[in-house]
Design a protein around this ligand. Structure first.
Ligand SMILES: *Cc1c(COP(=O)(O)O)cnc(C)c1O
Length: 411
């Protein structure tokens, strides 16, 4: 019989969302009349912007005629999409990229996972705690770790706790690590990194020949003027960072699927014999061999995100979500609950009242307010005592949920 990849057996059972679903079902079965409001999901709810939808439809229509039909496209994505991303999303930040440095994909989750193909298993990896679980679990799956301890930490990974005491800002490692995952604005904590914070990471990476994997899935939600949208706004980052971006949260593409990876040409790693080698070349080889590109109509739709009309419409959706975030953050704060995030990210990370555990607060919120959120402990051991609420819901639901929480905890 063929041997399985035993590393998969080290993964802890997909516990968080099934367990939330189980508890919500138990509650709604027992209380069928309760109007439960779900603020747990990390998925958008507003439909595609009209200009994006029109380009999507036009892309489909192109496929119906011989003269505009598109078969296989470039594995790296069409140049017209990469160029519009460079012109509209990077140039205004003072970041100049070539189309050969931009790789269009079907989303960031796959990219964050697939990038491990071009790194040796011997690399030491640093991951925040709490964290988007994909970074951790994909390292387990490729066999970079030992078993998990009883807290949930895997042997061989350098974990960086992000807690109230350090403002959810990970400490720069004092030992040498080779690959560092950073996500800003952060999921789940909703906090951002300043230029100064990112400069420390870039300096560390340059001094230690490390690579930063920078997940900017939420950059479009930044509202404060001086917060960097891209790691490449920091001098030296082209020599040490790969950036991931996604149309999912920015433009409601969670069900459409499109993202991108930037791998600068200056970014080098070393071979077994100690010579320098380009990560851009490796990623290009990886994509051309294992990936056949994103569908043409989807790329047409993605390009329309950056049209004047498209961006105006998308900005309106983002503003809608961020107004939800403000309502949640201010409402909970006025009820005496300590909140983080929600200013430059669509997530509010709150300290559970009265020192409750994350799951005890989940049960109390469900039973007494009929509101569903996500227990912080589900994102890592250091998330214990915290709780995530998402701003991706409908306005009236958000307002009702906040009202119920205020009635319960407000003095
Ligand atoms: C939602 C999200 C993504 C985007 O994933 P897609 O596969 O592009 O939908 C990436 N990183 C984080 C942290 C996210 O929360």
């Amino acid at each position: 019989m063929a041997r399985i990849n035993d590393s998969y057996l080290k993964l802890q059972a997909g516990y968080l969302f099934p367990e939330i679903g189980r508890r919500v079902k138990e509650f709604t079965d027992a209380n069928p009349e309760a109007a439960v409001i779900r603020l747990g999901i990390g998925d958008v709810t507003l439909p595609l912007a009209p200009a994006v939808l029109k380009a999507f439809h036009d892309g489909v229509d192109d496929m119906a005629k011989g003269e505009s039909f598109h078969g296989y496209g470039p594995e790296q994505g069409y140049d017209w999409l990469s160029q519009v991303i460079i012109d509209k999303a990077y140039k205004p930040l003072g970041v100049d990229l070539k189309t050969s440095e931009v790789f269009i994909s079907d989303g960031s989750k796959c990219d964050c996972a697939n990038i491990l193909d071009i790194f040796d298993l011997g690399n030491k990896v640093a991951i925040c705690d709490p964290v988007y679980p994909v970074y951790n679990d994909t390292n387990v799956m490729v066999g970079r770790t030992g078993e998990a301890d009883d807290k949930g930490y895997y042997a061989g990974i350098h974990y960086m706790p992000c807690i109230g005491a350090n403002n959810f800002t990970p400490a720069i490692p004092t030992e040498k690590v080779d690959v560092i995952y950073l996500c800003y604005p952060n999921n789940p904590t909703g906090v951002v990194a300043t230029r100064g914070d990112l400069k420390k990471w870039v300096d560390y990476a340059l001094a230690n020949d490390a690579v930063i994997l920078f997940d900017a899935a939420y950059e479009a939600f930044i509202t404060e003027a001086d917060i960097p949208h891209s790691i490449y706004e920091i001098e030296g980052a082209r020599q040490c960072a790969i950036e991931f971006r996604s149309f999912s949260k920015t433009a409601g593409f969670t069900g459409v699927r499109c993202g991108l990876v930037v791998v600068p040409e200056e970014l080098m790693g070393t071979t077994a014999s100690g010579e320098k080698y380009s990560f851009n070349k490796l990623w290009n080889r990886r994509q051309t061999t294992k990936f056949n590109g994103v569908s043409y109509p989807v790329q047409k739709a993605a390009a329309a995100v950056y049209s004047d009309e498209g961006w105006t419409q998308i900005k309106k959706n983002i503003d809608y979500y961020m107004e939800n975030a403000r309502i949640i953050r201010e409402g909970l704060t006025s009820a005496g609950i300590t909140c983080f995030g929600g200013v430059n990210a669509p997530y509010i990370w709150l300290e559970t009242p009265e020192g409750m555990s994350s799951w005890d607060f989940f049960d109390k919120l469900l039973n007494e307010c009929h509101v569903v959120g996500t227990p912080g402990s589900g994102f890592g051991p250091s998330g214990e005592g915290y709780f995530r609420l998402s701003a991706f819901g409908a306005r009236d639901n958000v307002e009702t949920a906040v009202q119920r929480i205020k009635e319960k905890w407000g003095k």
